[in-house]
Design a binder for this molecule. Sequence first.
Ligand SMILES: *[C@@H]1O[C@H](CO)[C@@H](O)[C@H](O)[C@H]1NC(C)=O
Ligand SMILES: *[C@@H]1O[C@H](CO)[C@@H](O)[C@H](O)[C@H]1NC(C)=O
Ligand SMILES: *[C@@H]1O[C@H](CO)[C@@H](O)[C@H](O)[C@H]1NC(C)=O
Length: 464
Amino acid sequence: MKWRARAISARAKERANISFFIFIMFFAVFGVIVLTELLLLERPNEPARARYNEDMQTWQGRTETGSEGGEPLPPANIPIDAVWQPVAGTRFRFYVYSAYVERRTVAAVRIIAATKTRGADPVICRLWLPDNRTLTLKARVKAIRENWNLKYSATYVLCLLKDSGVKPQETVGGSISVIASASPNRPPTNLLTILDTEPQTGIEETLHICVKPFHYSYARDEWLVEWFEFNRLLGASHFYMYNESLSAPVGCLLDYYRKQGLITLLPWKLPIVSKAEIRTEGQFAAFNDCLYRSMSSAGWLLVIDVDEVVLPHRERTLLALLTSLRASYNPPSKAPSAFLFRNAFFYLRWEDDKEATAPLTTARKTRRWATPHALKNRSKYALRPRDAVELGNHFLWELAPGASSVGVPTDRALLHHYRIACEFGGMNCLTVPSTVDRTAHRWTDELQQRINTERKSLTIACPT
Ligand SMILES: *[C@@H]1O[C@H](CO)[C@@H](O)[C@H](O)[C@H]1NC(C)=O
Ligand SMILES: *[C@@H]1O[C@H](CO)[C@@H](O)[C@H](O)[C@H]1NC(C)=O
Ligand SMILES: *[C@@H]1O[C@H](CO)[C@@H](O)[C@H](O)[C@H]1NC(C)=O
């Protein structure tokens, strides 16, 4: 009996110990959750830390994130803009670059991202408002349409404000993070500044230019000066460019223009293999970042490459052309929001024009394809950013509700495309029917003067 009694009391004690242990564990887990929440809430208000830059470099060098790579990623400390940041805990690589207020198609924060084209991981967004409120939002992941069926694609993440009680305007100046739905409580590994897109007043007569990311092999700095100055003559006042990698002379030239406030030059280190996994340097993420980045300050945006210029036939500037094209519609609300320019190749291997009055490419190379390409085949375009939703290379994939795009007749303007080589190698292309087109000569003298002036400062800024 005595032995039995002792055994029972020992068991009871053991049970009490276990209960006590569970009780302690419960509070420990609860404590950890509360602490994590507190840290999450405080993060956006933390001051910038020196450690941050080191973190950036470590993850930029990596090719895999989250479970694909195994290694845990450092948490993001301060909101930033225009740096590719990883989303941790996804099955497939997922990066985010920038965040913009969307008021037109849906109330949302629109994030420029890159991830798996089909079957992307589901994500949520965590939003920190300027008044310190924190919200978790549902998100829609939407591949940008021009993805060439590659494994990865430029992507929109729409962080939906519906049912949140927050208006798009209230998110301006806040910060946002994209988090894998599979691990919603993990500290965020990305934090983006939310930028406004509301068009400022008085910007109707401004023209900005978007260019796809530069990479190292691009070395024609001489021609670039001509290209910049020609576009400035045509009315362009700002350029958005993305630095994947730059040769020293081109880097110096871009820096020279950047210091004058002419270029927004943004880093572009996307850890997804160009061409094999994603269309050339993720250029569709760049075009669409440029669209939303310019929306508040550009009345017009021109999307062209650095071997192209759009030349109007009657007007001196593209702004005058675009204003005139829009003015021909009645009522004005019916005027298109985007104008497509047909492409004509000017091969650099064709002979120099004997009537050229300056040693400029655009003055010397006047022979072009007799028949320009059809619309949407290599065409480029100008658009009102506020009326566009999704840009492609040769046309717009989506306009805001009610907006339209239209082709420009070749007697009003043409896309001059200065090419070094034939499209498919060899010299075959040089035998296509061609004609001499001296439209560019209308600007040659003025262009040469501007280039001479810039060259004087450039020999000091960028001695070769
Ligand atoms: C937000 O939090 C910061 C830091 O705790 C505080 O200084 C600031 O006054 C708060 N802002 C508002 C609008 O409550
Ligand atoms: C371009 O980016 C590289 C690093 O990716 C940097 O070293 C270089 O300074 C940048 N060039 C310019 C002109 O900003
Ligand atoms: C684009 O134009 C070229 C030249 O006219 C033609 O050979 C090619 O088939 C066209 N491409 C498409 C997709 O229509």
